[in-house]
Design a protein around this ligand. Structure first.
Ligand SMILES: NC(=O)c1ccc[n+]([C@@H]2O[C@H](COP(=O)([O-])OP(=O)(O)OC[C@H]3O[C@@H](n4cnc5c(N)ncnc54)[C@H](O)[C@@H]3O)[C@@H](O)[C@H]2O)c1
Length: 313
């Protein structure tokens, strides 16, 4: 049995990861401030410390225990939201990483896996985007992710294996359907299920690379076992598949028992027009590849959303 810290286990991706680790028989602790997460999401058996992961008093509650790996998944996770309060964004996405890396160094933890984002690339690259593509963040959120990666690069020189996973648009059961500022699939699906009307902020030709949450979890687990020559590694976690907003909405609507009105207008500050990424590097180095097709993943998620709606009405 190994001992892991998973920050953000009340959130979407963190809860899936923590659950898998508990099922596999490991001991898991989480820190979460419940800003966008829910206490009910924290899998049973996980030790929960409530508070900000950039707060030294909260970190002190870990009690100097040595973790086999730290999965730093918590974070302010909305590009648009990062413009509301850049200081909070900086604390949640940069200071937290620094304080946790420092904790790892002090306690002898030599594995650090981080939930970074494809948003670090910005908009100026031809697709599919590789890890060698130009980096030009367009939001404070993306600046935070990039800064964290650089802290990791430097901490890796102290003997900590640091892996940054650049997640793409992640979707799946358990995604927050109440937060209409975060997560393209959950935003469109929540609108469709709750109001039978989807308002898309932006063009229908905008495109993304949609990755199922179970594939993110697999990437985290493989990263925790990696034996790469370099102690600092950055990987895209993606499907190398372009899906436009219009195609995504059609895929969602296919599984709804009613028709949905769709409107395209407005825009979102800092939004990337279109991106999908290449996963050759993580495939070669860690043996990861996506396993869930968008069609089956969306079908499963729509059925879950409809069931929840029925159960809550
Ligand atoms: N979901 C995606 O499409 C996606 C894509 C790229 C990167 N990411 C990154 O993956 C991570 C998880 O994303 P998610 O979709 O599960 O988001 P989420 O909002 O569901 O989960 C984030 C969790 O972190 C907690 N949290 C936030 N700030 C905190 C802080 N300062 N201290 C303690 N807890 C804090 C929240 O309460 C929440 O439970 C985030 O870091 C996000 O930036 C997600």
């Amino acid at each position: 049995m190994a001992n892991f810290l998973v920050t953000g286990a009340a959130g979407f991706i963190g809860s899936h990861l923590a659950k898998k680790l508990v099922i596999d028989g490991h001991q898991v602790t989480t820190i979460d401030n419940l800003s966008t997460g829910f206490i009910e999401n924290i899998p049973s058996g996980v030790k929960f410390i409530e508070g900000n992961d950039y707060d030294p008093d909260i970190i002190a509650k870990l009690g100097e225990q040595k973790f086999d790996a730290i999965f730093h998944i918590a974070g302010q996770s909305g590009g648009m939201t990062s413009f509301d309060d850049p200081i909070y964004d900086m604390n949640s996405n940069i200071a937290s990483t620094l304080i946790l890396l420092d904790y790892a160094k002090r306690t002898g933890c030599n594995r650090f896996i981080y939930a970074s984002s494809m948003s670090v690339y910005g908009d100026e690259n031809p697709c599919p985007v590789t890890e060698e593509s130009e980096i030009k963040p367009k939001t404070f959120y993306a600046v935070g992710k990039l800064a964290s990666e650089h802290y990791m690069r430097i901490y890796s020189t102290f003997g900590i294996r640091c892996t940054s996973l650049r997640f793409n648009n992640t979707y799946g059961i358990g995604q927050n359907m109440q937060n209409l500022r975060q997560g393209m699939v959950s935003i469109f699906l929540a609108q469709a299920v709750n109001t039978k009307r989807i308002h898309v902020m932006g063009d229908k030709e905008r495109f993304r690379d949609f990755t199922h949450v179970s594939d993110n979890v697999k990437a985290c687990l493989l990263a925790a076992q990696g034996q790469e020559e370099s102690f600092y590694n950055v990987y895209n976690v993606c499907t190398n598949r372009k899906t436009t907003c219009e195609e995504l909405i059609a895929e969602i609507c296919k599984h709804l028992p009613y028709s949905v009105e769709i409107e395209y207008s407005g825009s979102t500050p800092g939004d990337q027009f279109g991106i999908y990424c290449d996963y050759t590097k993580i495939q070669e180095k860690l043996g990861w590849e996506p396993t869930v097709q968008l069609e089956s993943g969306i079908k499963e998620m729509v059925e879950w959303a409809l069931d929840n709606k029925t159960n809550n009405t």
